[in-house]
Design a protein around this ligand. Structure first.
Ligand code: NAG
Length: 327
């Protein structure tokens, strides 16, 4: 190699380094993240995944509702659609700031459309808990507060409003993805509260097997939520906690009739059985790659009332004791 070409390679290396640094920090560099001991516990950070421009009006109302909640410190919209024009995002950002109440709302364009990036640890997260959610799920403020209180007394577990299950199918001798009426082992990222440290564990921990599992998420373009359930269940040696919401509105639910424009079209749920099979494939693959099955079943749903609702005789009828009969 001539001295010129050595020099040239040296400068291209420098250039590459400069671009890498300018193009973004390493999300796994702990020195760029807040000291875990300094994180606050009285509020959480909301990370909303945004992708479809058709859902922006809905996203705006969801973000504004979170901004008014006393449990919320800040809201970050993680925009994953690389083809959305920067102008649209800048406008969205202005619109969101204008409607924000107490908690500020910001928009962050993801560097890639990798689903893993919704779990990147971020320097701006100053709370011990994060709420990961989708742009088509509306939850009433009281239920959000309640879920956060439940998380605060179970800080190593995932808390959510939407649950599913893994299971082992004896006929096919394989892991499957399903719904059990009485137990669950997975909470969905439609609404999921997790410890902030789990983001680091998901994105940076677990060595080569976790790297391979994250690569599988990219390859399947799905299942980042299932992998997060693997990570959290492994850390806690316990399954997630399902909480009852007073009013949960999932616009992506295929059972919706009065559809809001653009929401169902963008959703995956219509291809349900295909979806379920692919999710089963993910569970199988994660189990194979990680060499274990950390998912654990949980039972029951946490409700926000300690009322004892028995049956009482009133006006000659057996009715719920709290029921007020018309005089
Ligand atoms: C921002 O708000 C204006 C005025 O309400 C609206 O016309 C526009 O579509 C909004 N844009 C985005 C991206 O939210």
């Amino acid at each position: 190699m001539s001295p010129e070409s050595v020099l040239l390679s040296f400068f291209s290396l420098l250039l590459l380094l400069a671009v890498t640094v300018a193009g973004g920090r390493d999300p796994c560099d702990p020195t760029t993240l807040p000291d875990p001991r300094s994180l606050r516990s009285d509020q959480l950070t909301v990370l909303i995944n945004g992708y479809a421009e058709s859902r922006i009006p809905l996203l705006r109302s969801i973000a504004a509702a979170y901004s008014a909640s006393p449990s919320v410190a800040s809201i970050v919209v993680l925009w994953g659609n690389p083809s959305t024009p920067s102008q649209t995002l800048a406008q969205l950002s202005r619109n969101l700031s204008a409607t924000a109440s107490a908690a500020p709302i910001s928009v962050l364009r993801q560097r890639s459309d990798s689903l893993n990036s919704r779990f990147f640890p971020r320097p701006s997260i100053a709370t011990r808990a994060v709420l990961i959610c989708d742009d088509d799920v509306e939850i009433d403020a009281k239920s959000v507060d309640f879920a956060f209180r439940v998380w605060n007394s179970n800080r190593n577990r995932l808390v959510g409003f939407f649950a599913r299950s893994h299971d082992f199918d004896l006929a096919s001798r394989s892991w499957i993805y399903t719904v059990h009426p009485d137990k669950y082992s997975i909470v969905l990222t439609k609404f999921m509260i997790t410890r902030t440290e789990s983001l680091y564990q998901y994105s940076c921990g677990g060595g080569r097997p976790m790297a391979e599992a994250r690569a599988k998420v990219d390859q399947m373009r799905n299942c980042e939520d299932i992998l997060m359930n693997f990570v959290a269940a492994e850390e806690a040696s316990a399954g997630p906690i399902l909480v009852a919401a007073e009013r949960a509105r999932d616009w992506g639910d295929p059972r919706n009739e009065g559809r809001r424009e653009g929401v169902r079209e963008a959703g995956l749920s219509s291809r349900r059985s295909y979806h379920r099979k692919r999710r089963g494939d993910c569970i199988r693959e994660f189990h194979r790659i990680l060499g274990k099955m950390p998912l654990r079943y949980s039972y029951g749903k946490v409700v926000d009332s300690v009322g004892e609702q028995g049956l009482c005789w009133k006006a000659g009828k057996l009715v719920l004791c709290d029921r007020q009969l018309p005089a």
